[in-house]
Design a protein around this ligand. Structure first.
Ligand code: SAH
Length: 239
C-alpha cells in the first residue's frame, strides 16, 4: 500500500509541497526515498496529491504535484459520532482509531449522567486520528471536538439528515437499515452512544423529543466501543 504523508492544507501552495519535521525525517532516513520516487500527500481537508519527490534533505522533502484527488477514499456521508467518554482511556483511543478508519468526520466525546471520565485527552486523540487517517489512506482528518454534554449535543442536532440513538432496551426493535428505508440517502448523520452504564430513560426521552430515532444493534448488550463501531459502519456502509 502506498505511503501517505500529511501536510496541512494551509502549507500547500501552487504546484510544490514542502514536507518538513518528523514526516521529512521518516521519508529520508527510514524509507530512504530518493528524487523521482512517488508518494501521496493528504491535506486533512479533503485533498490527496500524487507527488514526485524532487529534493531530499534530512529535514525537508520537496515534492512536485502530479495529480490532485478530491475526497479520495472518503465516504459521501458526513457522520458525527457522539460517544460517551469511557473510564478506561485506552478504550476511547481505540474508538477514535477505528472510527477514523471507518470514515467518521467528527467525534464528540460525550458527557452523560452516567459517564465517569471527565478529562478529555484532545491532543492524544488528535494524534491517533492523524495516524489512522494516513494509515487508512483518507484525506480528511476527523475533528475531535471538546467534551460536550448530551443536552448541548441534542440542542445542536437540528441540521443532521439522520439522528440515531442506539438503545439496547428499545421496545420497538428497529434496525438502522429499516430506519433509513424509503429515504433518500442521507448526507449527514449524528449517532449518540451511551456509557458503560447506558443512557437514562430521561436521556432517551430527551433525544426522542428532538426527533432522534431509537435503533437496535441486535439482541445482545454491546460495549460502548462495539456499539459505536457497529452503528458507524451501518451508516457509512461499504462506500
Ligand atoms: N445499559 C447497558 C450497557 C450500555 S452499553 C447495561 O445495562 O449494562 C453502552 C451503549 O451502547 C448503550 O448506551 C447504547 O447506546 C449502545 N448499545 C449497546 N448494546 C446495544 C444494542 N443491542 N442495541 C442498541 N444500542 C446498544
Amino acid at each position: 500500500m502506498s505511503e501517505y504523508f500529511y501536510v496541512p492544507a494551509e502549507f500547500i501552495i501552487d504546484q510544490h509541497i514542502a514536507i518538513e519535521g518528523d514526516e521529512a525525517k521518516h521519508i529520508s532516513r527510514v524509507l530512504r526515498k530518493q528524487p523521482g520516487d512517488r508518494i501521496w500527500v493528504v491535506d486533512g481537508a479533503g485533498k490527496a496529491y500524487e507527488v514526485v519527490i524532487r529534493l531530499v534533505a534530512p529535514e525537508m522533502i520537496e515534492c512536485e504535484i502530479l495529480y490532485e484527488h478530491h475526497h479520495l477514499h472518503e465516504p459521501d456521508i458526513d457522520v458525527t459520532l457522539a460517544v460517551a467518554q469511557l473510564k478506561n482511556p485506552s478504550r476511547m483511543d481505540w474508538i477514535i482509531e477505528k472510527a477514523t478508519e471507518l470514515g467518521v468526520r467528527t467525534v464528540i466525546p460525550l458527557q452523560t449522567e452516567r459517564t465517569i471520565a471527565r478529562s478529555a485527552k484532545e491532543d492524544r486523540w488528535n494524534n491517533i486520528a492523524l495516524a489512522a487517517m494516513k494509515q487508512s489512506g483518507r484525506c480528511i482528518l476527523p475533528k475531535i471536538t471538546p467534551s460536550a454534554n448530551l443536552e448541548s449535543v441534542i440542542a445542536d442536532a437540528a441540521g443532521y439528515d439522520v439522528k440515531l440513538i442506539p438503545y439496547e432496551r428499545t421496545d420497538h426493535v428497529l434496525f438502522i437499515a429499516e430506519a433509513l428505508k424509503h429515504r433518500k440517502p442521507p448526507r449527514s448523520a449524528l449517532i449518540l452512544i451511551g456509557p458503560e452504564g447506558g443512557f437514562t430513560d430521561d436521556e432517551v426521552k430527551m433525544a426522542e423529543k428532538a426527533a432522534f430515532t431509537q435503533v437496535s444493534l441486535g439482541r445482545r448488550r454491546l460495549r460502548t466501543e462495539t456499539a459505536a463501531i457497529i452503528a458507524l459502519s451501518w451508516m457509512v456502509g461499504n462506500e
